[in-house]
Ligand binder design. Structure first.
Ligand code: GSH
Length: 217
C-alpha cells in the first residue's frame, strides 16, 4: 500500500439503487480491502443540490475524500486507488493488456450515452424493453467488447480480464441494466452478467439498495 496518509478514507456516494457512477469506485475500493467510511447523499431531494455542492468540487458524486484531498470522477478515483493499493491488482499486470483494459474502462466512462439515458440503473426494476436503435447499437458494441475481452484475456477467471479489475467495476452498472431491462444476450455476455452480479460486493450493494427509502413522489 502506497497511500492513503489520512486515517480514514471517505467515499461520498448517491443512492445505491440508481447511482451507477457511485457503484464503480465503491466496488474498486471494496476490492482493496481497505476500510472506508461511506457517506450517502440521497439524490433528487430538495436538499440534494446543497449537499452535493458542499461535498464535491463538481456538485456530483462519487467523491473520494482523503483528509483535505477530494478526488472526483469515478474513473479518476479508480485510477488513484490502483496507484495507492498496488497489491489489489486493480489493473492487469501486463502493460499491453493493461493498455487494453484502460481503453475498455475509458470507453465506458466517456461513452454509451444513449444506453445510459434510456435505460438508467435501477436495482429495484425487472422489466422487458425493446431498446431504441441507438441504445441497441451501444449494447452491441458493449457485447462485442465483452466477448473480445473474455476470449483474449479472460482465461484466469470469470471477469473481462480474468480476475476482477477496474474494467469490471466500470461495466458492473451495465450488467445490472441488462438484467433490469431484460436485454437479450449471447451466452458469453449472459454468463459475464451472472458472474458480476453474483460477486459478494455486488450482492451487498444490491441488498443495501433494496433497503433504501424511495424517492418522494
Ligand atoms: N463523470 C462523473 C459522473 C458523475 C455523476 O453524474 N453523478 C451523478 C450521480 S450517478 C450525480 O452526482 N448527479 C447529481 C446531479 O447531477 O445533480 C463520474 O464519472 O463520476
Amino acid at each position: 500500500m502506497v497511500r492513503p496518509f489520512s486515517p480514514e478514507l471517505q467515499l461520498v456516494i448517491g443512492d445505491k439503487r440508481k447511482s451507477s457512477w457511485s457503484l464503480r469506485p465503491w466496488l474498486a475500493l471494496r476490492a482493496t480491502g481497505y476500510p472506508f467510511r461511506e457517506r450517502k447523499i440521497l439524490l433528487d431531494r430538495s436538499t440534494t443540490r446543497d449537499e452535493l455542492e458542499a461535498a464535491s468540487p463538481t456538485g456530483k458524486v462519487p467523491v473520494l475524500l482523503d483528509g483535505e484531498l477530494a478526488i472526483w470522477e469515478s474513473l479518476a478515483i479508480c485510477e488513484t486507488l490502483a496507484e495507492w493499493f498496488p497489491g489489489a491488482r486493480l489493473w492487469p499486470e501486463d502493460p499491453g493488456v493493461r493498455a487494453r483494459a484502460r481503453g475498455a474502462a475509458t470507453e465506458m466512462h466517456g461513452g454509451f450515452a444513449d444506453l445510459r439515458r434510456e435505460l438508467p440503473m435501477d436495482l429495484t426494476l425487472r422489466t422487458q424493453v425493446t431498446p431504441s436503435a441507438a441504445s441497441q447499437a451501444d449494447i452491441d458494441r458493449i457485447c462485442a467488447l465483452w466477448r473480445d475481452c473474455r476470449a483474449r484475456f479472460g482465461a484466469a477467471g470469470d471477469m473481462l480480464f480474468g480476475t476482477w479489475s477496474i474494467v469490471d467495476c466500470m461495466y458492473a452498472p451495465v450488467a445490472t441494466r441488462f438484467r433490469s431491462y431484460g436485454i437479450r444476450l449471447d451466452p458469453v455476455c449472459a454468463a459475464y452478467v451472472d458472474a458480476v452480479l453474483a460477486t459478494p460486493d455486488m450482492r451487498t450493494w444490491t441488498e443495501e439498495a433494496l433497503l433504501e427509502p424511495r424517492d418522494p413522489g
